[in-house]
Design a protein around this ligand. Structure first.
Ligand code: ATP
Ligand code: MG
Length: 411
């Protein structure tokens, strides 16, 4: 992409109303705009990152047997009344039509996916099933001051699973947990898995995937030696500094984290409400055990910015960067065009700052936008038939030929 052709890009000043780093940097670098608290427009750079995160999530959900669908955001009130959510879920946005009908905006999709799957789940042979979708959610959150980390409208991946019995849910939960850890690792994040109570929806347990960041809203205790981790807000009997109850070796450390995903064991609540039944070989019928698996796609984008930035701007991990390479030519030359064409032909995504502005401004914007690699074409480097390469996260620059550059970026 040539920046000279873009009408939307970075700006000089950070927004005054931004209380968090992700809000400040994402606005200044030209990734998002806030329409009102908790509601954002994703600009071209921001949309590219959102799509990259989605792609990683989609690949890993497909790999464990997920079937992607797309469920609506506008729901009839009846399905929410059936499960009690209409009166009990405080974040549910409700609307009334001009014909006096009531509707809800989807805050999650159990009420839609369960009756949808009823038709496809008739016998034990139809289980397990794992439909999922990536869709905007609406929640009447009281506070929404964490930038895109807490939206009133936000993008979520939600998978729902249907199982013959508890053992099959447990088996699939282990598979889903591995997939989740892989998803976050592909985005450069380390997630800790907490065990926590499932709240009002179910008496069953839920598991949260937490990334350590001061911008989060969850207090956790974790073991410095093993993977033990608990949400302090739920499980208060554990104390900071205490010996780890799991490995007995490490001490429990206190930290603030952001929940990027979670898994709930839904039991038979929704299957019973919508009368989803599977017939066994014996002729007897059962209500399937359900699970739900969320990942906050837009929140994760915010968490990545909170984790990876410096005083100059964002430092995107390779897997989710809007572009791999930020190309800068000191003076507009045909050589830059040639390098741009060769990188693009090799399948490398390039943002070329070919704007007619001073070079200092180009360097400032490159650091702000945060593509993993910066390639500079200068008279000095060109004299030697080379370009200058610098990683956004490092300090060192390297002179190398275009062939070597291609090899390095492809590797
Ligand atoms: P939280 O405790 O942060 O409100 P939750 O337990 O309500 O989260 P779920 O209903 O399980 O979250 O939603 C699944 C995932 O969606 C969460 O793990 C989180 O990553 C994301 N998410 C939830 N609420 C929001 C929000 N208001 N804005 C952005 N992402 C959200
Ligand atoms: Mg919530």
């Amino acid at each position: 992409m040539k920046m000279s052709r873009m009408g939307i890009g970075p700006i000089k000043q950070a927004p005054k109303d931004a209380e968090t780093i992700n809000h400040k940097l994402l606005v200044q670098a030209g990734f998002v705009r806030q329409l009102m608290a908790g509601v954002y427009t994703y600009l071209p750079f921001g949309l590219r990152v959102l799509r990259k995160i989605e792609k990683i999530v989609r690949e890993e959900m497909d790999a464990i047997g997920g079937e992607e669908i797309l469920m609506p955001m506008l729901h009839p009130a009846e399905i929410w009344k059936k499960t009690g959510g209409w009166d009990n879920i405080d974040v549910l946005f409700k609307l009334r039509s001009r014909t006096d009908r009531d509707y809800a905006l989807g805050q999650s999709q159990e009420e839609v996916v369960t009756p949808t799957m009823k038709e496809f789940i008739q016998s034990y042979r139809d289980l397990p099933r794992m439909p999922y979708h990536i869709q905007w959610k609406f929640r009447d959150e009281l506070r929404s001051k964490s930038g895109i980390m807490r939206g009133r409208e936000f993008l979520m991946k939600d998978m729902y699973s249907f199982h013959l019995d508890q053992a099959d849910f447990d088996r699939f939960y282990e598979i889903a947990k591995k997939a989740y850890l892989k998803i976050f690792a592909r985005m450069g994040l380390t997630a800790k898995v907490t065990e926590a109570s499932g709240g009002a929806f179910t008496e069953k347990v839920s598991y949260e995937f937490e990334v350590l960041t001061e911008a989060g809203e969850v207090n956790i205790l974790y073991c410095e030696k093993c993977e033990f981790c608990v949400n302090v807000d739920d499980i208060t009997s554990y104390k900071r500094g205490a010996q780890c109850p799991k490995c007995s070796e490490g001490q429990l450390q206190e930290a603030v984290a952001a929940e990027v995903g979670n898994v709930f064991d839904l039991g038979q609540k929704y299957a019973k409400a919508f009368e989803v039944k599977a017939t066994l070989a014996t002729g007897e019928s059962i209500f399937p055990i359900m699970g739900c698996y969320g990942i906050g796609i837009s929140r994760t984008m915010g968490v990545i910015v909170e984790k990876f930035h410096d005083d100059k701007g964002i430092i995107w991990p390779e897997g989710v960067a809007p572009y791999q390479v930020h190309l800068i030519d000191i003076r507009q030359t045909e050589k830059a065009q040639e390098i741009y064409d060769r990188l693009e032909a090799a399948g490398i995504e390039v943002l070329w700052d070919d704007r007619d502005i001073n070079v200092g401004g180009k360097f400032t914007d490159a650091d702000l936008i945060g593509c993993p690699w910066r390639v500079v074409v200068s008279e000095k480097s060109l004299a030697e038939g080379q370009v200058e390469l610098k990683a956004r996260k490092g300090e060192d620059t390297e002179l190398l030929s275009v062939e070597k550059l291609l090899e390095k970026l492809k590797g």
